[in-house]
Every structure is written in C-alpha cells, then in structure tokens.
Design a protein around this ligand. Structure first.
Ligand code: ACO
Length: 335
C-alpha cells in the first residue's frame, strides 16, 4: 500500500436534528428576551431541542445521523475501523459518547475516540481522521459531531446570553481512504488552541477539583464572555483561513464554498466582508438551528451536499472557533 498517495474521501454525510422546534418567541416564556434581539444579534430564528423528559443523549442523536451516513456510504457498522466522536455535551461525564455510540451501532470492539474541541471538533476530527487514513492505521472512519445542549441551558434571565443561541443536533460523515495521485482530499489543515482564554467560554463543573462552594454557586452553568469571543473570532478566522490557503498554495478565489461554524451570523458576515468573499460562497444555516457546536459544520456540510453546493471537484474551506479556545481551517477537495 502506497500510503503517500492515500487520500481521504468524504464518502457520505448524514444529519439528525432534535425534534422540538423552539422559536425565538417561545424563549420569552422563560427569560427576558425577544425575537428582535436574537435575530439582530445572532441571525437565529429558531432552534431544535430534545424533549424535556426525553432522556436523549448526544449518542442517540449521533446514532440517527450515523445510520443515514452509513446507508448513503453503503457501509454496515462492521465496516468502520474507528469512530471519532466530537461533543461538549456527552451523555455522561465519562465514558465518552463514542463508546456508547459504538455499542448502539451493535459493534463489538471497534475503537472509539472522543474529542473535546467544541466548535472546532469537525476541523480537529477531519484532520485526525486524515492522519489515521494516511498512516494506514484505519481506512474507514465514522466521524460524528453531536450535541444535546438544552437540558443544561439555564432557562431564566441569568443564562439568557448563552441559552438563546444553542440548539441540539448531530452530523455524521463516513470518511474513507482512497489511492490516487490526484490533488484531492484534505489539501491543508491548520489547527490552533489557546488555553490562556479557557475561562472566556467554559463550564467549570463537572471537574476533578470540586468544592462545596462550586456546587452551591451553580458552577454547572456555562459561562461565555460573548463580546470577547466575538471579537476574537472575527480576527482569528480570516487569519487561519489565510494560513490554510497559504499552506495549500491556493487563493480565496480557488475556494468554491466556505462552510464555517455557525456561532453567530454576524461573525460569518464579518469574516466574509474582511476576506472579500462574494455572496453565495459562504454557507449559513444558523437561522434554522442556532449553534449546535460540534454538529454545526457537519450538518451544514450535509445540507450543502444536498443542495449540490458541494459536488465532485469542489474545493471547500471549513472554518471554526470555539471554547478552548480552539480554532482552525481545513481545505478539502471533493472527489
Ligand atoms: N435577550 C435580550 N438581551 C440580552 C440577551 C438576550 N438573550 N443576552 C444578553 N442581552 C443583553 C445584555 O444583558 C446586554 O445588556 P446591557 O447592554 O444592558 O448590559 C445587551 O444585551 C448586549 O449584550 P452583549 O453581550 O454585548 O451582546 P452581543 O451583541 O455581544 O451579543 C452574543 C451576545 C450573541 C453572545 C455575541 O457576543 C456572540 O455571538 N459572541 C460569540 C459567541 C461565540 O462565537 N461562541 C463560540 C462558539 S460556542 C462554543 O464554543 C461552545
């Protein structure tokens, strides 16, 4: 096997969105917010949550998205060499949701790897999968990004800045090694993290150092310094896009479509403006789903494929930034 020529093909994708449609106006029953504020500040019109008494975890949504991706790939679960599961809202604190999904797929001992890169999970996951495939360590990988945020969102004024932006859903991708000399698959990848800013977007508990005061003070709530994250994203995303383009020896004109993380429509519009990206080249679906963290990019990719915006020969730039902080850019040419 000539590993040098082994390229990663995005063989298929699938998505599964939680069933409960929550419109912006619905949120006003729990907190002081409005449709106007949410639309203006974020571009979000609605999101989907799991039912309140549903006992549904990230691995359940991930399972449904996986079934669709597997069927489209023509794979059975036994064809999978490795599962990579991205989530910040795992079913349990441990073990990882990848193991739970592995069992739900009816598998016996297939390896499963959880990654905790939040909104950058697809970028880290794709890069990890590409490395496993190029090294010959695995040939058929199932990536799943799935989130069940809603049970942990504070449905009161106290949490309104965070609660109104998040939705529940899952995206899956079947990734396969293919021998070819063509310049296809992952063309370049640039990943970053900066733990210095870990506390600007975090959920401090559960953690290995828990005090009684932590429990009393409700440190299970997510905290986000939205303004700073916003400013950082608007600066870092074009920067990392240019790094990925330079590494690939490409210019922005060579990119057919940009599929960015869906954290805030205004962030994506600012990136589009600062990079002079024409309308129609930047895929956005945040108005329908809100921010689904690890699921956002794979769900957007699945929709873009359905809409024929990603086809054979398309060069796609994936971009994202989130908690960690982590951020990155991956350029992929479909084949
Ligand atoms: N409804 C009504 N008013 C609100 C709400 C709400 N839901 N939330 C906050 N406000 C108020 C604030 O209290 C504030 O009021 P004040 O001016 O009286 O103090 C005012 O609205 C403005 O608040 P800001 O926080 O400055 O609003 P901003 O325009 O920055 O929007 C937002 C907030 C949407 C969170 C934005 O900052 C953002 O999108 N940040 C980036 C988020 C991000 O990218 N996160 C990373 C990915 S997520 C992950 O990794 C898990």
């Amino acid at each position: 096997m000539d590993y040098y020529n082994r390229k990663m093909l995005l063989k298929s994708t699938g998505r599964y969105i939680a069933p409960w449609l929550v419109k912006n106006d619905d949120l006003a029953q729990w907190m002081d917010t409005s449709d106007e504020w949410i639309r203006q500040r974020t571009g979000i019109e609605q999101r989907y949550w799991v039912p309140e008494d549903g006992d549904i975890g990230a691995s359940d949504l991930g399972l449904e998205a996986s079934k669709i991706a597997l069927e489209r790939a023509g794979w059975t679960p036994e064809d999978i060499d490795l599962i990579i599961f991205g989530t910040l809202s795992p079913d349990m604190h441990f073990p990882g949701s990848g193991c739970l999904l592995q069992h739900k797929l009816g598998l016996d001992t297939t390896p499963a790897l959880d990654i905790r890169q939040q909104c950058s999970a697809f970028l880290y996951g794709l890069t990890t999968a590409d490395a496993f495939i190029r090294s010959g360590h695995a040939n058929r990988i199932l990536f799943v990004g799935a989130e069940v945020h809603s049970p942990a969102l504070v449905k009161a004024d106290r949490g309104r800045d965070v609660t109104v932006i998040f939705g529940d859903g899952a995206g899956a991708a079947c990734l396969e090694g293919v021998e070819t000399d063509e310049p296809v698959g992952v063309i370049s990848s640039v990943l970053h993290s900066q733990g210095e800013f870990a506390r600007s977007l975090m959920m401090p508990l559960p953690a290995s150092r828990i005090t009684e005061e932590d429990v009393r003070e409700g440190r299970h709530d997510a905290y986000m310094d939205g303004r700073n994250i916003f400013k950082t994203a608007v600066r870092k995303l074009p920067e990392v896009a240019n790094e990925a383009l330079e590494k690939a020896g490409l210019s922005i004109d060579d990119i057919d479509i940009i599929i960015p993380h869906q954290a805030n429509l205004r962030i994506n519009q600012a990136v589009q403006k600062s990079m002079n990206i024409p309308d129609g080249k930047m895929y956005n679906n945040i108005h329908r789903y809100g921010n689904m963290t690890a699921a956002s990019i794979p769900v957007a990719l699945d929709e873009a494929i359905e809409e024929k915006l990603v086809d054979k020969g398309s060069t796609v730039l994936f971009l994202g930034l989130g908690a960690g902080l982590t951020w990155g850019g991956v350029i992929y040419r479909h084949f």
